[in-house]
Design a protein around this ligand. Structure first.
Ligand code: HEM
Length: 409
């Protein structure tokens, strides 16, 4: 502790005593699920760079985003922190944690499933589930029962991913019931967090892992078994259908069975819960902000006069809706914690970070969630003189605005 507080190369950075002195505080808040909120409060108290563990910094500065995650010509990317990325069911063979020499190939294969043509081919599938989703909500709305919209968004995204990644229909929307797999996913996210927390104590990791509740370990085992059978079912399908796995399932793709299974895992976990969470967040904020909701409804009804006119091309022109979604990404990020990168002494330290001798991993986020208000976008459009319809610009303007708010606060 004395070393960490006074002699560690990061000891000059501000942060609470408990965070700077040992990893225990970090581990405790990680397991409790409060880490992103604590880091947020630490930024408010200590500024844009805070020490969240003796060897880890969190940055809340737009310049850090590029420096930490951006591509740097001739220098390569700053490596992903293995402690974070390898504690997933899929491990290092999945696209998310793959080493850089393999990542490019996996990404290229994935990109087939997300090209403009592929998305056009997939549109009827999405339309089918979107119609079913609305129909089921209508069915529910005539009963006296409350609708748990978070559940229904999860049914929707899980059915879509099940179809477009595994070629299977999970019947969640139809039955209004969770597929058992959804329950396992909740469990493996918690299990992964426990496993991550133990990584900081490599000498006693094996013993600590025994303390992970049996139900979570069973959930992980069940998830792995299901994942394997569903992914192999898709891999062995004789089909020319266009879905997320088209490129990877091609006979000449050159990827191994294990990589295929791990990548299916990434799609299932990365595509279903995240999207459902974002939709839940935007719904919550819209209901809290009736003025914003009203403008959004007007935009949609002025663009489409009937449901069957709604398609990919049409929704892409809904500037206000895209801005609301971007704003929800900022305020209600489905991936709320930082995605840590790891630097080593004397190497790869980003130029603008001005401390070339600093040591171990550093991280960024959830910086963009300041200030904590859902902005009334119509006022915003006027106040920042937004001219373009690009949602990217909208989001950039929002970030600038929140930075200005902070500076003048
Ligand atoms: C609101 C919805 C989503 C959010 C918030 C989200 C978030 C993210 C984040 C933060 C990463 C970067 C992980 C990292 O490199 O550390 C990522 C990567 C990825 N996501 Fe998503 N995601 C969403 C939806 C989806 C969907 C719908 C799919 C597929 C159907 C998907 C597939 C992927 C894949 C394949 C990667 C890996 C890309 C690569 O490493 O090159 N995501 N996502």
């Amino acid at each position: 502790m004395v070393y960490n507080l006074y002699f560690h190369p990061l000891s000059a950075y501000p942060g609470p005593f408990w965070a700077r002195s040992s990893r225990l505080w970090y581990r405790y808040t990680l397991i409790r699920g409060t880490l992103p909120f604590s880091v947020y409060r630490m930024h408010l108290e200590y500024g844009d760079i805070v020490c969240i563990a003796p060897d880890e910094l969190a940055y809340n500065d737009p310049r850090a985003w590029k420096d930490i995650y951006g591509h740097r010509s001739g220098k390569g990317e700053i490596p992903k922190d293995p402690n974070f990325y390898l504690n997933t069911a899929a491990g290092h063979i999945s696209i998310i944690a793959a080493p850089s020499w393999r990542h490019g190939t996996l990404r290229r294969l994935f990109s087939h499933g997300f090209s403009e043509k592929a998305l056009r081919d997939q549109e009827p599938t999405l339309q089918y589930y979107a119609d079913l989703f609305i129909r089921r909500l209508r069915d529910q709305s005539v009963t006296d029962e409350r609708i748990d919209i978070v559940k229904w968004y999860n049914f929707f995204t899980f059915d879509v991913i099940g179809d477009l990644a595994f070629g299977e229909y999970f019947h969640c929307l139809e039955t209004g019931q969770n597929h058992p797999w959804i329950e396992f996913i909740f469990q493996i996210i918690v299990q992964g967090t426990f496993a991550r927390a133990t990584d900081y104590f490599p000498f006693v990791k094996t013993i600590l892992l025994l303390f992970i509740p049996k139900s979570l370990r069973d959930g992980l085992a069940a998830h792995i078994a299901l994942m394997k059978s569903k992914a192999l079912h898709r891999l062995n399908m004789k089909t020319d259908r266009s879905d997320f796995m088209t490129g990877m399932a091609a006979p000449n793709s050159g990827i191994s069975e294990k990589e295929f299974i791990a990548s299916s895992d990434t799609i299932l976990l990365g595509g279903s819960k995240t999207t459902a969470t974002l939709l839940s967040g935007v719904t919550y904020y819209l209901l809290q902000n009736p003025r914003t909701l009203k403008i959004l409804v007007e935009e949609i009804r002025s663009k489409f006069t009937s449901e069957d006119q709604i398609d990919f091309v049409g929704v892409d022109t809904l500037d206000y809706m895209l801005a609301c979604l971007n704003e929800a990404f900022r305020l209600y990020p489905p991936v709320p914690g930082a995605l840590p990168r790891r630097t080593w002494l004397g190497t790869l330290w980003p130029e603008s970070m001005c401390h070339p001798i600093l040591l171990l991993p550093f991280t960024s986020g959830p910086c963009t969630a300041l200030p904590n208000t859902f902005l009334a976008l119509s006022i915003l459009f006027r106040s920042v003189g937004l001219k373009t319809r690009s949602s990217k610009t909208t989001s950039e303007q929002l970030l600038c605005l929140s930075a200005t708010d902070r500076a003048t606060a």
